[in-house]
Design a protein around this ligand. Structure first.
Ligand SMILES: [Zn+2]
Length: 73
């Protein structure tokens, strides 16, 4: 049985729709479909936070799946 996974951002109660991975080797923040299992270096995010993700300096954000921020602010 699958329980809903929530966004990993504090104070956010939205359902997670994607998983964020940090690839340190090539300084990439990778947004991909929600992973089946929780991984230590991955963070589940909702649409809202995935769409607003900003990469650290020198990093880039790569979306492997389309993310639509359907929420208002
Ligand atoms: Zn969120």
């Amino acid at each position: 049985m699958q329980t809903a996974r929530l966004c990993s951002r504090q104070t956010c109660q939205r359902e997670a729709t994607v998983t964020l991975h940090y690839s340190y080797a090539d300084s990439t923040a990778l947004i991909d479909a929600l992973s089946e299992f929780r991984e230590p270096h991955a963070y589940d995010l909702c649409d809202h936070h995935a769409a607003r993700l900003t990469a650290p300096q020198g990093w880039r954000v790569v979306y492997k799946v389309p993310v639509q921020d359907t929420t208002e602010s």
